[in-house]
Design a protein around this ligand. Structure first.
Ligand code: IPM
Ligand code: MG
Length: 357
């Protein structure tokens, strides 16, 4: 039986994960996929209980699982933990990425029909927007050599050919399965790491003659993402540029509550690839525990888990289709309905998706 480590975390994490699990369970069951979901503590919740945001019991469960289904971590209560390595983001999320070499982070940014007006960008510019960012997740400034002294500090950005090549190949494979258009975002006019990215890019792209390619400086790309987001299909970039661009892309869609993510590594499972699946949004402590949070990004992250870790593409599509139909029917959570529109709570929205499924 395949195993999923369920790490609800902090803030809205527990309620969005608990609401989403029945949907994922139902889709898996219909595909005759037996999944065993086991919960463990992570983030602030784990820190409170054990003194560490990523305790040994959680790591042991993750090691023994085929996928990690993650809610969200962090909150104001934990921002003041004196040792920054014990804060949820740096003490739990980054070590998980590193431990399993989750080098490919996939974040789609889609504007669903009927939700165009949620975007801060003009409707006619975002209508039909459907791009996907592949962000390198275990290199660059996040994991380079660092130091902080009284009057100086540094974070080294370094990449080697192997790190670049594996994520580029992943991005090309994703592009082959989508619109066959891949854009490399970089800063090769200034950064030597970007120069290396471009060299590796030139070699890898020769192996994918069917994929239309282009590349773009990151500063220019931040403008194009707003002025012509529909010109892009798959975008690949290094860690920190990807961090910034995925938030920008999410904002352009106007619905960060709908954006899932998958972080994948080299470890193969029986049916696919080991990965960590989490909504792209944070722990939203201001609305935690109020049944207000949008569970759709978590449900869609579960669909990515079915697809990538369990090879259940049909089941994933069924979940994604159910979400699309629920939205097409006009059902909305508070974030999508606006302050005056009719809105469902977290549980009711997840139940609507389950019914649709
Ligand atoms: C993300 C987040 C994380 C990151 C933080 C919480 C460390 O912003 O997943 O995009 O910077 O990678
Ligand atoms: Mg981020």
């Amino acid at each position: 039986m395949a195993k999923v480590a369920v790490l609800p975390g902090d803030g809205i994490g527990p309620e969005i994960v608990e609401a989403s699990l029945p949907v994922i369970e139902a889709a898996a069951k219909a595909a005759r996929l037996k999944l065993d979901f086991e919960r463990a503590l992570v983030g602030g919740a784990a820190y409170d209980a054990t003194g560490h945001p990523l305790p040994p019991a959680t790591l042991k469960l993750c090691d023994a699982s085929d996928a990690i289904y993650f809610g969200s971590v962090g909150g104001p209560k934990y921002d003041t933990i004196p040792d920054p390595n014990l804060r949820p983001e740096r003490g739990a999320l980054l070590p998980l990425r590193k431990r399993y070499t989750l080098y490919a982070n996939v974040r789609p940014a889609v504007v669903y029909p009927g939700l165009e007006r949620r975007s801060p960008v003009k409707e006619e510019i975002v209508r039909g927007m459907n791009l996907l960012v592949v962000r390198e997740l275990v290199g660059g400034a996040y994991f380079g050599k660092k130091a902080l002294a009284a009057a100086s500090a540094y974070d080294v950005i370094s990449y080697d050919r192997v790190q670049i090549e594996r994520v580029l190949r992943f991005a090309f494979e994703v592009a082959m399965a989508r619109g066959r258009h891949l854009t490399l975002v970089h800063k090769a006019n200034v950064l030597l790491t970007s120069v290396l990215w471009k060299r590796v890019w030139d070699r890898v792209r020769a192996r994918y003659p069917k994929v239309r390619v282009d590349d773009c400086y990151v500063d220019a790309f931040t403008m194009y993402l707003i002025s012509r987001p529909r010109d892009y299909d798959v975008v690949v970039t290094e860690n920190m540029m990807g961090d910034i661009l995925t938030d920008e892309a999410a904002q352009v869609t106007g619905s960060i509550g709908l954006i899932p993510s998958a972080s994948l590594g080299p470890r193969r499972t029986r049916h696919g690839t080991f990965g960590l699946f989490e909504p792209s949004h944070g722990s939203a402590p201001d609305i935690a525990g109020k049944d207000l949070a949008n569970p759709l990004a978590t449900i869609l992250s579960g669909a990515l888990m079915l697809r990538y870790s369990f090879g259940a593409a049909k089941a994933a599509e069924r979940v994604e289709g159910a979400v699309r139909r629920v939205l097409a029917k006009g059902l909305r959570t508070r974030d999508l309905a606006g302050p005056k529109g009719r809105a469902l709570g977290t549980r009711a929205m997840a139940a609507a998706v389950l019914k649709e499924l």
